[in-house]
Write a protein that binds this ligand. Structure first.
Ligand code: BDR
Ligand code: CA
Length: 308
């Protein structure tokens, strides 16, 4: 069965790798790619979505949604990892597109047009999904599901001691989505960060004679450099590609139904995801959370899907 999805993302190198996997997959129909402020500021996120699509030249062109700034005064981008342009400072040139629709409008329109059929894959902060919930009173009943890369089950963050980047960018929106009566799946940092890629990945990429190969060879080496220089790591994590893989190869993941929440106030814990782990409590489950990943098989699957 072909799954119809909207990808909401903040490219970002790992987002763009996920877009490669999705746009050439025969099991996914990507109806739209909507930009959200996160790894890079809103305007750049929108431009990068256009850039990635232009560079990849996929068989079917999705609609594009434009990001606008989130309302969170604590927001900081992640250009120190993804480059000043968010795409590895590769110097991509993109035409200006004047006809723009807001990401949350595209999300609402597509979901309304096909009630129950569209899943939203969130690879960035949850700003646009929260806005869609506010914008359309029927959105929560019409959306098929929401799959999110974000949060941390064990409570260890990557932007603060306790918070993962996507949730920390816009904790209020994440809170709203976590509490909405929608089928939700969360692929947290503890899962995506287990699937590490060594420098050998570069030799496994498609050849540069293809549009996908050319693109990946221009962005992925930057990620190795920034992981080494900024994080002291010799391997990279391609979080969003691993999260997308959960849709494509669900047998590689074990999910657990849990009650999960987002801390929006704490001084040290703002943006932290908190899960009910006490077995004695019967809190209603609001999320399916990925708890186990077949690490080596997932790594191979990501590489294989960059070649499809
Ligand atoms: C998430 O944060 C972003 O920097 C990545 O693109 C990914 O979506 C990982 O915490
Ligand atoms: Ca992302």
């Amino acid at each position: 069965m072909v799954r119809r999805i909207i990808i909401d993302c903040d490219p970002g190198i790992d987002d763009s790798v996920a877009l490669v996997m999705a746009l050439f997959s025969r099991s996914l129909d990507v109806v739209a790619i909507t930009a959200v402020e996160g790894n890079v500021p809103a305007e750049m996120a929108t431009r990068n979505v256009q850039t990635v699509i232009e560079q990849l030249d996929p068989p079917r062109l999705p609609r594009i949604g434009a990001a606008t700034a989130n309302d969170n005064a604590d927001y900081r981008d992640a250009c120190f990892i993804h480059g000043r342009d968010g795409l590895g400072e590769a110097g991509f040139v993109t035409a200006d597109h004047h006809q723009r629709h807001l990401s949350e409008k595209i999300i609402c329109d597509e979901v309304r047009a096909a009630p129950g059929e569209i899943g939203i894959v969130c690879l960035g902060p949850l700003t646009n999904v929260a806005r869609a919930i506010q914008r359309d009173p029927h959105f929560v009943e019409n959306v098929g599901e929401v799959v999110m890369m974000g949060g941390s089950f064990n409570g260890i963050g990557n932007v603060t001691q306790t918070a993962e980047f996507n949730i920390h960018c816009d904790p209020e929106s994440a809170w709203e989505v976590f509490h909405a009566p929608i089928k939700k799946t969360l692929i947290p940092l503890d899962i995506t960060s287990q699937v590490q890629f060594s420098l050998g990945l570069i030799d496994s990429l498609p050849h540069e004679s293809t549009s996908v190969g050319r693109f990946l060879h221009r962005v992925i080496p930057y990620l190795f450099r920034s992981y080494r220089q900024q994080l002291g790591l010799e391997t990279i994590q391609i979080h969003d590609a691993v999260a997308l893989l959960q849709l494509m190869e669900p047998e590689l993941f074990e999910l657990e139904a849990l009650a999960g929440d987002v801390e929006i106030k704490g001084e040290l814990t703002r943006g932290m995801t908190v899960f009910e782990k006490r077995r004695s409590k019967n809190a209603p489950h609001n999320l399916e959370v990925a708890r186990v990943v077949a690490v080596s098989a997932a790594r191979q699957a990501v590489i294989k899907r960059l070649h499809s």
